[in-house]
Design a protein around this ligand. Structure first.
Ligand code: PLP
Length: 385
């Protein structure tokens, strides 16, 4: 079966008791022990054993082509579980351009807790090579396309270099989704998603996932971290996530087609300095993205808004003013939902961000492309009026 069919039918699971094609939500926090003191059902307590997790985890494992998946209470809970499974003193390579909150956590918390974290430009595998040659690295964290400049990292080349030096490779594949990229086929060991985004897809669930290519001691540590720390999803959210994943493929494909068209149309706009989108031939990582992403380049792009010619309106002011004037796009953080979102990222990320002040991040939803372009055009014109 093709992945799109697996997702649409949620692996075809039905409820054994009722034959319902939508398996039920299990709210019970605890499970009966057998009279002889055994737990033959394999379930003891719902912090880790909620049956409502099973379908979402199984569907994701099938979509990624991995060994097993775990749901977490958020993308951050999932990502940080990977780093918590390392030992104090372990060394991590992470990209300079990556999801800002995770970068902050790595720089400020993980380092205090004993991890040694180095941020490098991962768009060039040579930088990874020289980092692993000068230090013993235990884990390489990749995000591709990376928020919000959409920098592309070569998963296959980076994994080869990392593995040759004994390091594990984890990929934040939130923006690529399993529809466009399957990191295990390129050599990655762990795939992470903020399921809050495309996997759920409706901006109504906070969730995260990890999938392992194979069962390893690290994966077992991650499992027990989830069980012990308890950063798990509630049963209703897990059920909603499964429902969301059933429409993952058509949603992502539509968002990709629309984002590609918006990027191409805005690339020539007189009030825009640059459009950052992996699907544009002018984009530095385009050739690599075309090899690594299949069926589209994602639903995320960024635009850099031009200031006025006489300098009275700076690019950053023009960007903020453009976001203020949109009517259809929603001014909100996050991405991957059915409604299109626009955000001035530099304001969110604050001091030390690699994001230019004139940049607006766009998450393309499922509205009519013409409406989205028209709304941006009128907002740009008003910002400059
Ligand atoms: N990774 C990426 C690429 C993200 O965009 C986000 C959230 O925006 C996260 C991780 C964190 O996920 P969550 O908000 O579900 O904790």
């Amino acid at each position: 079966m093709k992945p799109a069919s697996i997702a649409a039918q949620g692996l075809g699971w039905v409820d054994d008791q009722t034959r319902a094609v939508v398996p039920p939500i299990h709210t019970s926090t605890t499970f009966l022990r057998d009279p002889d003191n055994q737990y033959r059902s394999g379930r003891i307590y719902a912090r880790d054993h909620n049956p409502t997790f099973d379908q979402a985890e199984a569907v994701l494992t099938a979509l990624e082509g991995g060994h097993a998946s775990l749901l977490f209470a958020s993308g951050m809970a999932a990502a940080t579980a990977v780093f918590q499974a390392l030992a104090p003193g372990d060394r991590v390579l992470a990209p300079k351009v990556m999801y800002w909150s995770l970068r902050n956590w790595l720089a400020n918390f993980a380092t205090q807790w004993g991890l040694r974290v180095q941020f490098i430009d991962m768009s060039n595998p040579d930088h990874v090579r020289s980092a692993v040659q000068s230090d013993k690295i235990d884990l390489v964290w990749i995000e591709t396309p990376a928020n919000p400049l959409w920098t592309i990292t070569d998963i296959a080349a980076t994994s080869e270099i990392a593995h040759a030096s004994g390091a594990i490779v984890a990929v934040d594949s939130t923006v690529a989704t399993p529809v466009l990229t399957r990191p295990f086929e390129l050599g990655a060991d762990i795939v992470m998603h903020s399921a809050t985004k495309y996997l759920n897809g409706h901006s109504d669930v906070i969730a995260g996932t990890l999938t392992a290519r194979e069962d390893t001691p690290l994966w077992q540590r991650i499992r027990s971290i989830r069980a012990q720390i308890g950063g798990v999803l509630g049963p209703f959210e897990a059920w909603l996530l499964t429902r969301g994943m059933r429409t993952l493929f058509p949603r992502v494909r539509a968002a990709c087609a629309s984002a590609q068209s918006i990027a191409e149309r805005l690339a020539q706009h007189p009030l825009i300095d640059e459009v950052l989108y992996p699907g544009l031939q002018s984009f530095p990582g385009h050739v690599l993205a075309a090899q690594q992403m299949h069926g589209g380049f994602g639903g995320m792009l960024s635009i850099r808004v031009r200031g006025s010619k006489n300098g009275s309106l700076k690019g950053e002011e023009a960007a903020i003013a453009t976001a203020a004037k949109v009517q259809l796009w929603k001014r909100a953080t996050s991405l991957g939902g059915v409604e299109s979102l626009i955000e001035h990222r530099a304001s969110v990320e604050g001091a030390g961000t690699p994001v230019p002040g004139d940049l607006l991040r766009l998450s393309v939803g499922l509205e009519e492309t013409d409406d989205l372009v028209a709304d941006l055009e009128q907002a740009l014109a008003q910002a400059h009026s």
